[in-house]
Design a protein around this ligand. Structure first.
Ligand code: NAD
Length: 342
């Protein structure tokens, strides 16, 4: 029976993962540690609170005393907590380095001291950087472009160093872009859907030719759970198998499911360092752990859009919020450009 500490469990992917874990009888307890930043919402855990095995702790992964006490009380840590929005990282990289890099070190340090049996560090395909062609295997060089991706690459290396140095049983997962219900409406799918259902326009960067692989959040959580249970310590697992789409193709799907047409789309200049394409090989987790994504993209997108239509109370209060005040940006954004997506 495992006692699992889930950091960032009030965020998008973390909250889906917590609900999935609680469906298993061999999980003795689940503790969510989440600072409830702008991206964290306790409502994301919803019905999970009916389960007496769930405890919620509002706190920061940078709080060493708190992390220490929690690590001592758990056998497994699954680490989702992060600053996760690329466009925010273009405005200010500091919080990304603090939470993503230093926060991972604080957690890994406490986990190693208390003999945690498994530490799953949740990461992204963006650490490999843009690939004009081909696909990245897990041993591909890390060539991140933007501060978000660089902070995740650094955190992957910090986590793995705790395996090599102290024997902490670390596994790293790197997934492609996730979609599904309850994603904060700053990422492209919820941003576009929440605008289109209100009859507003959406903006596409740089001709919409950037390619992303879209993976249902439940498929990613399936992979993360497999790694949590059976991953080999010290190993990295790519979690892919979604559908490759240009942003233009994705927009076409979103227009269709929201009953809008191309008049709703405005094209704007590309943002800085917007990686043209990500692509990963995910045969390792499929062949060794039996991972197999099951969600069809068209159906998943339709269901996701439907969730936003049925739950305006979950996003309407958020969509008018400006980005939080940032220290002087080191980069200049084009006038009128809006923060957009992953
Ligand atoms: P999210 O922004 O929805 O959630 C992040 C959560 O972390 C929030 O609940 C937030 O309150 C919490 N948090 C942030 N800073 C914290 C801190 N200092 N201490 C404690 N809690 C803190 O992010 P997400 O989309 O659910 O992503 C989860 C993880 O998966 C991240 O590590 C991200 O890099 C990774 N990832 C995301 C995607 C994607 O498509 N969303 C793809 C690949 C990997």
């Amino acid at each position: 029976m495992e006692a699992v500490l889930v950091t960032g469990g009030a965020g998008f992917i973390g909250s889906h993962f917590v609900k999935r874990l609680l469906r298993s009888d061999d999980i003795a307890k689940v503790t969510v540690l989440d600072a409830l930043t702008y991206a964290g919402h306790i409502e994301n855990l919803g019905e999970a609170f009916l389960d007496p095995r769930l405890t919620f702790v509002r706190g920061n992964i940078l709080d060493t005393a708190l992390v220490e006490s929690l690590a001592a009380a758990h056998t497994v840590i699954v680490h989702f907590a992060a600053e996760s929005h690329v466009d925010r990282s273009l405005l200010a990289g500091g919080p990304f380095v603090q939470t993503n890099v230093l926060g991972t070190q604080v957690l890994a340090d406490a986990a190693a001291r208390h003999g945690v049996r498994r530490f799953v560090h949740v990461s992204t395909d963006e650490v490999y950087g843009p690939l004009a062609e081909g696909s990245a295997t897990e041993d591909f060089p890390l060539l991140p472009s933007v501060p978000y991706a660089a902070s995740k690459a650094a955190s992957d290396l910090v986590a793995l160093s705790y395996f090599r140095t102290y024997g902490l049983p670390v596994c790293v997962t790197r997934s492609s872009n996730n979609y599904g219900p309850a994603q904060y409406p700053e990422k492209i799918i919820p941003l576009f859907v929440t605008r289109l259902v209100r009859g507003e326009k959406v903006t596409l960067h740089g001709g919409g030719q950037h390619v992303r692989n879209w993976l249902h959040v439940e498929d990613n959580c399936q992979g993360i759970e497999l790694v949590m249970r059976s991953g080999v310590p010290g190993e990295v697992y790519n979690i892919g198998g979604g559908t490759d789409l240009t942003n233009q193709e994705l927009t076409g799907m979103l227009l269709r499911v929201c009953g809008a047409d191309w008049d709703a789309v405005t094209y704007i200049p590309d943002r800085q360092a917007n990686d043209i394409r990500y692509s990963m090989v995910w045969s390792k987790i499929a062949d060794t752990l039996g991972y197999q994504p099951t969600h069809d993209l068209a159906e998943g997108i339709a269901r996701t859009a439907d969730w936003y239509r049925r739950h305006p109370e979950r996003w309407a209060p958020l969509v008018r919020s400006p980005l939080p005040a940032m220290p002087s940006p080191r980069v200049t954004l084009d006038t009128g450009r809006e923060p957009q997506h992953v």
